[in-house]
Design a protein around this ligand. Structure first.
Ligand code: CUA
Length: 174
């Protein structure tokens, strides 16, 4: 069977194929050289019982400083918010977020930063990032999760490294 393809159409098929090739190659190359990978490492968790025992119980949530100076944030995403509702972290410091959903799928996104991850029930989402600038950032949900989805957000305050260290020193001296 012979299909007639107009020469101009043929030309555009090549252009479109080349564009797709460039897109796929750029995704592949950034993943390879930029160390971009899906959040988390297939770490599983029982979403229905995470409040009962382990890392995601209420008293263990929030911001913690590790001995090497990096900061760890443990959050639970649940309809409708990220808990705790307010967190404070330092600028210019690697911060590792560990987030688990207690119910359905959520997405955590802080506009104007590169913090964005899906939070799939049954898995722990781990993301490490550094915020260059102090400021107040909302943490918004960007996966439709129910009637309250539009109102699902929590507040993140990024403070300067100096004021973070000063506050920590004060706490240690108390
Ligand atoms: Cu949670 Cu939308």
């Amino acid at each position: 069977m012979h299909i007639h393809i107009d020469p101009l159409e043929k030309k555009w098929i090549y252009v479109a194929s080349a564009a797709i090739g460039i897109f796929v190659a750029s995704i592949f190359l950034t993943a390879l050289f930029g160390g971009i990978h899906p959040p988390g490492h297939m770490e599983v968790i029982d979403s229905a019982s995470l409040h009962l025992d382990g890392e995601f119980t209420e008293d263990k949530l929030g911001v913690k400083t590790t001995p090497d100076g990096s900061v760890k944030v443990t959050l639970v995403a649940a309809r409708y918010g990220f808990f705790p509702r307010e967190i404070k972290v330092p600028a210019g410091t690697p911060i590792t977020f560990r987030i688990a959903s207690a119910d359905v799928m959520h997405g955590m996104h802080a506009p104007m930063t590169n913090l964005s991850t899906m939070v799939v029930p049954g898995y722990v989402s781990t993301v490490t990032t550094t915020f260059p600038k102090p400021g107040e950032y909302p943490m918004l949900c960007n996966e439709f999760c129910g009637m309250g989805h539009d109102h699902m957000w929590s507040k993140m305050t990024v403070v300067s490294k100096e004021s973070w260290n000063a506050a920590n020193a004060q706490q240690a001296g108390r």
